[in-house]
Design a protein around this ligand. Structure first.
Ligand code: MN
Length: 486
């Protein structure tokens, strides 16, 4: 079970009785929050921190505990912040600073010096906040009474993001083949990706997969076909082509398990020994949370796995998409994000159909793929690019919409959306910021989730939403360049 440590700061000055009461109050808050976050994380109250050694020990413990995904800090009383310096320098887990009180209302009739002495987070949290700022520590400050729904919602969000960061730290990405030749945006600094996000990205020859495919038994293929039949509608006479994808997926699963992977890439330029480009196989893997990026796009693959993990306790769809073509009708512009094949079935508005059609690229046999129309609703599109001296996340608010007309001759999955604040501004801002034609789209996450992830991983973030103004947006990009050079 994942845990968040609940750390209550104080000092020796108060005497045992006050300290015991402060600790018990903290335990009560931790118990309450634990119930609210049930299924996500256990909130474990730590013994009250009275001095620099205790602060250091609890931060070291949090850092080294593999079940601990983050810490919640609360200064119920005053805790002189120099005692936190060595501790915070050692802390390597995401921090939420909960600026709350044990009491909601001020007891005007009964308040006395003893009460004020115990309930003084307005005092102590400011001292703690200063040292975090002085040490340049990234953290999320949540303000309000701990039983209020908005406060619980913010803590829950932090928990999802902290969990995704924990997942990211040990994520292994397998690249079958390398980056598509000459493509710029899908490439990147894999060493820096591992330093910054923990992604261990490694190349494998496609032969490693082909060896496994050759050993897939008829029984294993039958079992995978049974899964497809249950989840999807088989809308083709070419059953052998579907069985071919079933074999690929069984082999992928073995490969993923053997190499302990959470995300994969392939490339149509390196499919020696495969009769089809993996379509249905990749789509069904994505439905289980395996990150996927085509054309060797390891960043999108890893990011899709991380964001899927972040969204795993929420309703909605999260997965890889690819921008393709537009309807430029003035005033009602739409984008069609599709791909040759690999669109995650989480976005399907109805039961997806398995079909087999030719693919105009790659020079392989006709691949089986899932065909469907998309769900509608509010979503975000997130792209990660490597600017040479830093990574940048671009997060755009979008609206998924039902396609206005059928597309009977386009036999792939289809996702359509509207840009914000309007088509021209949204598309130009995306292009100015260097956003890729690959993105992770999610109806389960929002801009605040990405903002938190960016903050905790110290990644540059630009947001495109209903308030985006192109001239200030371009100025922001200029400022970010200056800051990055400083
Ligand atoms: Mn592409």
């Amino acid at each position: 079970m994942k845990k968040l440590y609940f750390i209550i700061g104080s000092q020796d000055l108060y005497g045992d009785q006050t300290l015991m009461q402060a600790e018990n109050n903290g335990k009560e808050i931790a118990r309450f929050l634990s119930q609210k976050l049930e299924g996500k994380a256990y909130i474990e109250a730590m013994p009250i921190v009275r001095n620099a050694d205790e602060a250091y020990n609890v931060c070291i413990k949090a850092t080294s505990d593999s079940e601990c995904i983050g810490v919640i800090m609360w200064m119920h009383t005053f805790s002189p912040a120099k005692m936190w310096i060595r501790a915070l320098q050692a802390l390597k887990k995401p921090m939420l600073h909960l600026h709350t009180q044990f009491n909601e209302k001020l007891p005007y009739q009964s308040i006395d010096m003893d009460f004020m002495n115990l309930n003084q987070s307005a005092h102590g949290d400011r001292e703690f906040g200063f040292i975090c700022t002085r040490l340049r520590i990234a953290r999320e400050v949540v303000v309000g009474y701990y039983k209020h729904d908005d406060v619980i919602a913010q803590i829950s969000k932090f928990c999802d993001v902290a969990n995704a960061i924990d997942f990211s730290r040990s994520l292994r990405v397998g690249m079958l083949g390398n980056n598509m030749r000459d493509v710029a945006v899908t490439d990147g600094d894999r060493v820096e990706s591992e330093i910054k996000y923990g992604w261990n990205v490694n190349y494998y020859g496609i032969g490693d997969l082909c060896e496994l495919i050759a050993k897939v038994s008829e029984e294993e293929t039958d079992a995978k076909m049974a899964e497809y039949t249950q989840k999807y509608e088989i809308d083709t006479q070419s059953i052998e082509a579907v069985r071919e994808q079933a074999k690929y997926e069984v082999a992928f699963e073995k490969f993923i398990s053997r190499e302990r992977l959470g995300a994969l890439t392939d490339t149509f330029q390196d499919l020696h020994g495969l009769r089809q480009l993996p379509g249905l196989a990749a789509q069904n893997l994505m439905s289980k949370g395996i990150g996927f990026g085509p054309e060797g796009d390891y960043k999108t693959s890893a990011l899709s796995a991380v964001l899927f993990e972040m969204a795993k306790n929420r309703n909605g769809a999260t997965g890889f998409t690819e921008d393709y073509t537009y309807d430029l009708t003035s005033g009602s512009e739409l984008e069609l994000a599709s791909h040759m094949l690999e669109v995650p079935p989480a976005f399907a508005a109805e039961k997806p159909k398995i079909q087999v059609h030719p693919l105009g690229i790659g020079g392989k046999s006709d691949p089986a793929r899932l065909v469907f129309n998309s769900i509608s609703g509010d979503a975000i599109a997130v792209s990660m690019v490597d600017l040479g001296n830093r990574f940048r996340l671009i997060c755009a608010k979008i609206s998924l919409i039902r396609q206005p007309e059928e597309m009977p001759k386009l036999p792939v999955a289809r996702i359509m959306w509207k840009l914000k604040p309007d088509f021209k501004t949204g598309a130009a801002a995306w292009i100015y910021s260097g956003g890729a034609h690959h993105a992770v789209v999610s109806t389960a996450l929002d801009v605040d989730d990405i903002r938190l992830f960016a903050k905790m991983t110290r990644t540059e973030l630009v947001v495109i939403d209903e308030n985006t103004n192109l001239s200030t947006f371009e100025q922001q990009l200029e400022m970010l360049e200056i800051i990055a050079k400083a």
